[in-house]
Design a protein around this ligand. Structure first.
Ligand SMILES: Nc1ncnc2c1ncn2[C@@H]1O[C@H](COP(=O)(O)OP(=O)(O)O)[C@@H](O)[C@H]1O
Ligand SMILES: [Mg+2]
Length: 364
């Protein structure tokens, strides 16, 4: 019997990527074109579970197929060194890439290998990257760097972006794709040292169109040896609401519920959906809720009476606090991805189902 084909695990590339065909084929074109394409500097923006990490992986795969060297780091201390080391390792099949190649000519006298190695480590990151890119250029190979969980308060990331900008100015074949929560990416593009990022292509992962969700469900169920259609399919796609993580979770549970059947029945869909939704509560919403402070919760409560977006000025007056005080909680909640800032002065719940969960919790 076939295995369950759904992958409700963070960071996993699903069998079928819903709704990303257009972006991926544009990226593919950008990578195979000889000129400089705006897509080569891209920011992927989306809440937890919208598929940023999976999309970064697919983009790297496209790049490798187009003959680029691709490396991936998470925005954490040590990331620059990681970029360099991964790029070296990934390029080792090309020509004779030796880290010390340019250095040997400037070393004078009988110096030990250790000394040389140490000098090498100290060597400015940009200089080392330049040497590497020179050698890649000899084979016409480009370098794609992807950065996951991008955030503005990491100096190394700011440095990476600044150096990348220089590489572009020098006409080098480089690409940078970064992914992060809306708030973090917003802070990054408004950071004064990397203003060129404002011209980067921004791709919002928000919600996948209904038709794409249904196509992905049909195809993925097909891989798992089952057919789905009609009302059962409609119920699933309605529940999923375009949210990629939920697509996997609902698909996974519905497939389990229909384990013995070749076609997914309405009953199986109902059972699967019910289970998926309670897990969604447990895995994403309750886990996020537990991390909130009482002040965070009060801020969110003050948002509840608005239908969709809330005006920040209304929130502080409902809380009976100054706008500066409320802003402190706003930025904490933005950073956690619980709320988003659709426009200046407006906030909204970002995680599907979070608002409903909160209403239930406070009426307990
Ligand atoms: N385009 C997509 N279509 C269907 N499922 C997806 C898609 N992108 C991601 N997923 C699935 O959604 C879940 C979350 O993806 P992930 O890339 O970890 O999200 P993020 O990095 O934004 O938190 C994973 O289970 C993944 O397999
Ligand atoms: Mg991720």
């Amino acid at each position: 019997m076939a295995e369950n084909p759904f992958t409700p695990t963070f960071g996993t590339v699903p069998y079928v990527m819903a709704g990303r065909d257009e972006l991926l084929s544009n990226v593919k074109n950008a990578l195979s074109r000889s000129g400089r394409d705006p897509l080569l500097s891209t920011l992927l923006i989306g809440a937890r579970g919208t598929g940023k990490t999976a999309l970064l992986t697919c983009i790297r795969q496209e790049a490798e197929q187009a003959g680029w060297v691709a490396v991936n780091v998470v925005a954490l201390p040590g990331m620059l060194e990681d970029v360099y080391e991964q790029a070296m390792a990934a390029s080792s099949h090309l020509a004779d890439l030796k880290p010390g190649r340019h250095l040997t000519s400037v070393t004078i006298g009988p110096l030990s290998a250790e000394w040389e190695a140490e000098q090498l480590r100290q060597w400015n990151w940009r200089t080392r990257m330049t040497g590497l890119l020179d050698q890649l250029a000899e084979s016409g190979v480009g370098l794609l760097i992807t950065v996951d969980e991008a955030k503005a308060d990491l100096d190394e990331l700011i440095k990476l972006v600044s150096v990348y900008q220089l590489f572009i100015t020098e006409g080098r074949k480089v690409a940078l794709v970064m992914a992060g929560l809306p708030y973090q990416v917003h802070r990054l593009v408004t950071h004064k040292s990397v203003s060129f990022l404002r011209r980067a292509f921004q791709y919002n992962l928000k919600m996948v169109a209904r038709a794409d969700v249904e196509t992905a469900l049909v195809e993925t169920f097909g891989i798992g040896g089952k057919a789905i259609g009609g009302e059962a399919l409609k119920m699933c796609s309605e529940t999923i609401g375009g949210f990629p993580y939920l697509l996997q979770l609902v698909g996974y549970r519905v497939w389990e519920a229909a384990r013995r059947d070749e076609t997914v029945s309405i009953e199986a869909a109902e059972r699967g959906i019910e289970q998926a939704m309670s897990e969604m509560d447990e895995r994403i919403i309750a886990a996020t809720f537990r991390e909130l402070s009482p002040g965070d919760v009060r801020y969110l409560q003050a948002m509840l009476q608005d239908k969709r977006e809330s005006r920040t000025a209304d929130i502080s007056s409902r809380m009976g606090v100054s706008s500066g005080y409320a802003a402190k909680y706003k930025s904490r909640l933005l950073a956690q991805g619980v709320i988003g800032e659709p426009a200046k002065g407006w906030v909204a719940f970002e995680i599907p189902g979070f608002k409903e969960y909160l209403i239930e919790r406070i009426s307990e």
